[in-house]
Design a protein around this ligand. Structure first.
Ligand code: SF4
Length: 192
């Protein structure tokens, strides 16, 4: 029997729209805060893995590319990638990079640094992105948008690479949001 489709089964389109909008106007990157806060709010509110299981656009996007579109080699995910050390290590690294992005935003806010109109790929390569800044706003708000978009694009690219090399949703094994929501659920389970 064919699985009944729900409205949230097509949220993969959100990933494409989000990344596409950021290509034309970087200020849309602010919308990414929804993807950042919603999983945490749902996990804290007791909805455990609801976001990952139903509402995560990126998870669906990777499943679509690797599954229906057949872009994944569907190989076993290596044990080290599943290990706690790697997952928590990656989460720690991700958070350090996130706070570094916030610090850069702060420097621009205080005037200690000029707005950088580039996207930082893989936390290393500065790719010019000035065309995506057609309307001037307060510089710190634009800096945050460039920084946040850098994080979103970088994590999507890593997700695509591991999707091709391993299983469609290999990224979910060490996704920082997934690790954080899992941690929240564990802490809550201990308290109960
Ligand atoms: S682990 Fe991350 S990418 Fe995967 S479904 Fe959950 S939030 Fe989405």
């Amino acid at each position: 029997m064919k699985k009944q489709l729900h409205w949230y089964d097509r949220l993969w389109i959100v990933t494409i729209i989000y990344l596409g909008l950021g290509f034309f106007n970087i200020l849309f990157a602010w919308l990414g805060l929804i993807f950042f806060c919603l999983p945490l709010i749902l996990a804290i509110g007791g909805k455990d893995k609801l976001y990952c299981n139903h509402y995560c656009d990126r998870g669906q996007f990777l499943a679509l590319l690797g599954g229906r579109l057949g872009l994944s080699r569907k190989r076993d995910i290596p044990g080290w990638m599943r290990s706690k050390a790697f997952r928590y290590g990656f989460l720690a690294f991700f958070m350090v990079m996130f706070f570094q992005m916030l610090y850069t935003t702060w420097l621009v806010f205080t005037g200690a640094r000029q707005l950088g109109m580039s996207v930082r790929l893989l936390w290393t390569f500065n790719v010019p992105w000035h065309w995506a800044y057609p309307v001037e706003v307060t510089p710190w708000a634009a800096q945050f948008a460039f920084g946040f978009y850098s994080i979103m694009l970088t994590s999507t690219l890593i997700g695509i690479v591991v999707m091709v090399l391993f299983k469609p949703r290999a990224w979910c094994v060490f996704c920082p949001m997934g690790t954080m929501t899992q941690l929240i659920c564990k802490v809550k389970a201990k308290e109960e």
